[in-house]
Design a protein around this ligand. Structure first.
Ligand code: IMP
Length: 440
């Protein structure tokens, strides 16, 4: 069986939650490799809305092993809260979940520092304020505290003492009360026993699983344009959310990834600050926000909305190695008389050859649009390609031609059945029969 990655192609919120939930029955393991509880994966389980932030959405399937890789940052209280919420829904969070000792901890001071930066610094990113950036910053500065350190009280104490002393210099600078080492040590030590059963060598588990012929679904969080290296820096998250992050974030070789599936919303959204060339600041942006219920799953913030951007998506195909696209929220475009797709960028009068690497250029590009007629009958709830209106099929073909990809799946609503699967694109990759007969 193949190992497949699901990666967001835009600025996150592409609908990866539904896709992972749908595909999980065909896989033995679902592994997350980056990010933390800044993610918000919305899944509908037996008609109930479940939002997962930290634990891979595979947890909703009883026979799936869910892994949290070393590339993630973990807030122990967020993990424990999510575990409790899942258990209240009757979902088991036991041996089916493992967390790498190499993942870094989000510490109480990370939240404080991030809040202060977002409130007071001249550079406001519009983060989820979950402590993600400061935790990764400490990791890169080699001051971070790892999940595995929870198991050694002496190491934990020494690292907390060092960090609190350093963070207090910054807090005093901001005129805030200094942190108390003993209180933080007490709080964090309290999590050690609760997390201990989950701490296992994720890289080793994956190696063994592959040898046994088990299959892995790599679950990306955020999206390509929020990647620390390839996204619209500095308005990005602090991890590698592109496919490149899979190997470093789980401790596996690239030979273990058979295909990268790109999840792409039929239009574009982003939360937080930063450039967004096809943002619709007119009534159409408002229309998409309303129809698509575009409000952040983690923070509830209204998402900025705009048209599909083929220049940006071609870049996402390039940096991730995407050949198959899973198109989500197509039904949101139902009822529009005209639909726009950006096919080129102009910068200082010249057409750009590709998506610019510099955010300050991206901020100044003028998108060029192709306008297509809207579809005369709705796609909402459709599950067969042949049922789809011709105008929608033309939209899909345009995407395929512009990006040189196959649109392998089309989501036409939130439910499992609101999905059109195009079998040819999955051949040799995923056993579609396993999806067909799965309980959701
Ligand atoms: P951070 O990840 O909290 O540091 O936020 C950095 C940027 O990424 C902000 O613009 C956030 O809105 C955005 N972001 C982080 N996680 C998500 C997500 O899951 N979906 C969409 N945007 C996200």
């Amino acid at each position: 069986m193949s190992n497949v990655a699901v990666i967001g192609m835009q600025w996150g919120d592409e609908g990866k939650g539904k896709i992972t939930h749908l595909l999980t029955p065909a896989f033995d393991i679902v592994a997350r490799f980056q990010g933390g509880h800044n993610a918000g994966h919305t899944v509908y389980m037996q008609g109930r809305k479940v939002i997962l932030h930290l634990i891979p959405s595979g947890v909703l399937h009883p026979n799936t092993l869910c892994l949290l890789g070393n590339g993630m940052v973990i807030s122990p209280p967020a993990f424990l809260e999510e575990k409790q919420a899942l258990e209240q829904l009757g979902v088991e969070v036991g041996d089916n979940v493992a967390m790498s000792p190499g993942a870094h901890l989000i510490m109480p001071y990370h939240f404080v520092i991030e809040r202060l930066r977002e409130e007071r610094s001249a550079l406001r990113i519009g983060t989820t304020c979950r402590g993600i950036g400061p935790a990764y910053a400490d990791k890169a500065a080699r001051a971070g505290i790892k999940v595995g350190d929870l198991l050694n009280p002496d190491v934990l104490r020494a690292k907390i003492e060092y960090n609190v002393a350093e963070k207090n210099i910054l807090l005093r600078h901001y005129g805030e009360n200094p942190l108390d080492t003993a209180r933080i040590l007490d709080e964090v030590s309290g999590y050690a026993e609760q997390l201990r059963p989950y701490i296992r060598d994720v890289s080793f588990i994956l190696e063994k699983a592959v040898r046994q012929g088990r299959s892995i679904l790599f679950e990306g969080a955020q999206g390509t344009l929020l990647d620390l290296d390839h996204g619209t820096y500095p308005y990005v998250t602090s991890s590698n959310s592109t496919a490149g992050g899979i190997c470093s974030g789980l401790g596996i070789g690239p030979d273990k990834i058979d295909a990268v599936l790109g999840v792409c919303k039929a239009y574009t959204t982003r939360v937080g600050e930063g450039p967004f060339p096809t943002e619709a600041l007119d009534q159409w942006g408002e229309y998409l926000r309303k129809q698509g219920q575009e409000y952040g799953a983690t923070t509830g913030r209204p998402r900025r909305c705009g048209w599909l951007d083929a220049v940006q998506l071609a870049f996402a195909c390039r940096v991730n190695g995407i050949k198959r696209i899973l198109l989500t929220k197509s039904d949101v475009l139902d009822g529009l008389e005209e639909i726009r797709v950006c096919t080129a960028y102009r910068y200082r009068g010249q057409e750009l050859e590709s998506f610019p690497a510099e955010s300050w250029i991206l901020e100044q590009v003028t998108p060029e649009y192709r306008t297509l007629p809207g579809w005369r009958s709705p796609v909402a709830g459709r599950s067969e390609w042949k049922e789809l209106p011709q105008e929608f099929k033309d939209y899909v073909r345009l995407i395929e031609n512009l990006l040189e990809v196959d649109v392998a799946l089309i989501s036409t609503g939130v439910g499992k059945d609101d999905t059109v699967i195009r079998p040819d694109a999955w051949e040799g990759l995923v056993d579609l029969d396993l999806l067909e007969h799965a309980e959701h």
